[in-house]
Design a binder for this molecule. Structure first.
Ligand code: MSP
Length: 507
């Protein structure tokens, strides 16, 4: 990590259709990281945005009979709207049709050409217009189809400009061999490493005959191949957001780039090669997550198997969706999602485990101590259960293991519920002679709930805010995550954090 700074990105989303849960997933994961690093006092820059050029968008617009810009504007607006609905705290939102981005892409490509990595040639081979991907022999499924979209590949034969990817065979091998954490999880590292070992071939830098894109500065009759335009957003955004160069100086290169497994080759192979060719530093880490599956298929608008994130958020709130996705699908692996599994997590874990722990702890302080948290020693048994927890959570998040980090915290939520059952404060309250013991139990539980909530706040930003306000304990910084760091005085009334039946969508 850069000294005290953290730059995290999501892929930029195609605007050929409205956002779905798969898009919300990466944005939420990146947001958890961004919020956690802010808690640790680091300067954070969190970037997301939309990918608006190329065939995926041009074809979708043609199918609707509208101009690509019109489709892009309409769908980009939906992504822009979804981002705050998810409670994403992004610092900037880039659109690749922004003229400033376009000019900056042109400048980088010009540098790449001046550095000698561009030549004119003829591309002959297979291409998937939905991936916008020139497929190598190993990437073609049965009957010349795309393994991701299950559509027939097209045979392309066009004269265009090429990027000398093959020149980066050795530099990329070195990058991987010297940086075993460059790509995580390890299986994805190995996949990218063996793609490189298979021998890199030069790849098109531009497309002829496609108008929807960034014109090449030296040959405006051709547009940049959409992946170069798209990948460069991670770099141009810092300059677009701050033309004085301050952001670039603080944040380049990215610390963590989150991507889905379908776009590994572009990010782990093309992207560092392009940056090297332009004389720019390469990202520190790529983290590759799996697919959210419904009925065994990757969720996608075109397959018609989507769970609508907007509906879920309207009915249950952003926290419920964030929690579900981060908890149910181990980050880095594929996982099935379903409305039934969502309901089960909401009910069992958010409402019954965490919501109830917070609710009954606060209620007991009201019932037995008039809302005043007793000044008492903290129970060493709970202190023991929390020992070293913030460090472990931080180390896991640093490694991209955000589901495991959440598991660690959740184990303590459960531990606290067991503690309530074991100590049975309602029994202690019946016996004046046990008043001191009841003080210890109540003070310890309030402190545990407070510390847990500080740690959980990147996953549950809305409800953690409400709960910490009720405890009049606003400090969400990382030092406050330690059990024993707080001193709650009075507690306010607390409405249920996760009501059992929040009612129908929108109502
Ligand atoms: N525009 C390119 C990315 C350019 S980044 C320089 C693109 N866009 S996309 O909209 O098709 O996909 C964006 C991201 O969403 C990818 O990381 C992809 O893996 C992710 N997901 C799309 N569907 C998904 C699921 N069903 N599950 C999890 N993530 C999925 O590719």
């Amino acid at each position: 990590m850069g000294a005290g700074s953290f730059y995290v990105t999501t892929p930029i989303y195609y605007v050929n259709a409205a956002p779905h849960l798969g898009h919300a997933y990466t944005t939420i994961a990146a947001d958890v990281m961004a919020r956690h690093h802010r808690q640790r006092g680091e300067a954070v820059f969190f970037l997301t945005g939309t990918d608006e050029h190329g065939e995926p968008v041009a074809h979708a617009a043609a199918a609707e009979g509208v101009e690509p810009q019109e489709l892009a504007d309409r769908n980009a607006a939906r992504f822009l709207e979804l981002t705050p609905q998810l409670q994403a705290s992004n610092d900037f939102f880039i659109r690749t049709t922004d003229p400033d981005h376009v000019a900056r892409v042109q400048a980088v490509l010009e540098t790449v050409r001046e550095n000698g990595y561009v030549y004119e040639g003829t591309y002959e081979g297979w291409y998937c217009p939905r991936c916008a991907d020139f497929k190598t022999e190993q990437e073609i499924a049965e009957g010349n189809t795309c393994p991701i979209h299950h559509i027939e590949l097209t045979r392309e034969n066009e004269q265009n400009w090429f990027f000398r990817l093959s020149d980066f065979q050795e530099p990329l091998e070195r990058l991987f061999d010297e940086n075993p954490d460059f790509v995580s999880p390890k299986s994805r590292f190995n996949e990218a490493r063996s793609f490189i070992a298979g021998g890199l071939q030069d790849v098109s830098l531009s497309r002829r005959g496609l108008e929807w894109g960034v014109p090449l500065p030296w040959d405006p009759g051709q547009v940049a191949y959409v992946w170069w335009d798209a990948l460069l957003n991670y770099y141009t955004a810092l300059g677009v957001a701050d033309p004085d160069g301050g952001l670039e100086e603080t944040f380049w290169p990215p610390d963590f780039q989150l991507i889905g497994k379908d776009i590994l080759k572009f990010h782990a192979v093309y992207w560092p090669a392009l940056l090297m060719a332009a004389g720019l530093e390469v990202p520190r880490r790529l983290f590759v997550h799996g697919f959210l599956l419904m009925d065994g298929e990757k969720m996608s608008k075109s397959l018609g198997n989507v769970l609508d994130p907007v509906e879920v958020v309207e009915r249950f709130g952003a926290d419920a969706l964030r929690f579900y996705l981060m908890r149910d699908v181990p980050f880095g692996a594929d996982g099935s999602v379903s409305p039934a599994a969502f309901d089960a997590r909401y009910e069992t874990e958010l409402a019954n485990e965490y919501g109830n722990l917070a609710g009954r702890t606060v209620a007991m302080v009201h019932r037995y101590r008039d809302g005043q948290v007793p000044r008492a020693e903290l129970d060493p048994e709970l202190a023991e259960a929390f020992a070293g927890l913030p460090d472990r959570v931080a180390a896991l998040v640093d490694d991209g293991a955000i589901s495991q980090a959440l598991d660690e915290i959740w184990e303590r939520v459960r531990r606290c519920n067991r503690y309530v059952e074991e100590r049975a404060p309602w029994q202690l309250a019946k016996d004046e002679g046990q008043a001191g013991q009841l003080d210890v139990v109540l003070a310890s539980l309030i402190e545990a709930v407070r510390a847990l909530t500080v740690m959980l706040s990147p996953w549950l930003p809305e409800s953690s805010g409400r709960l910490l306000r009720a405890l009049d304990a606003g400090d969400e910084s990382w030092p406050a995550a330690r059990f024993g760091a707080g001193s709650v005085g009075t507690v306010a009334e607390l409405e249920p954090l996760f009501p059992k039946d929040p009612g129908p969508a929108g109502g």
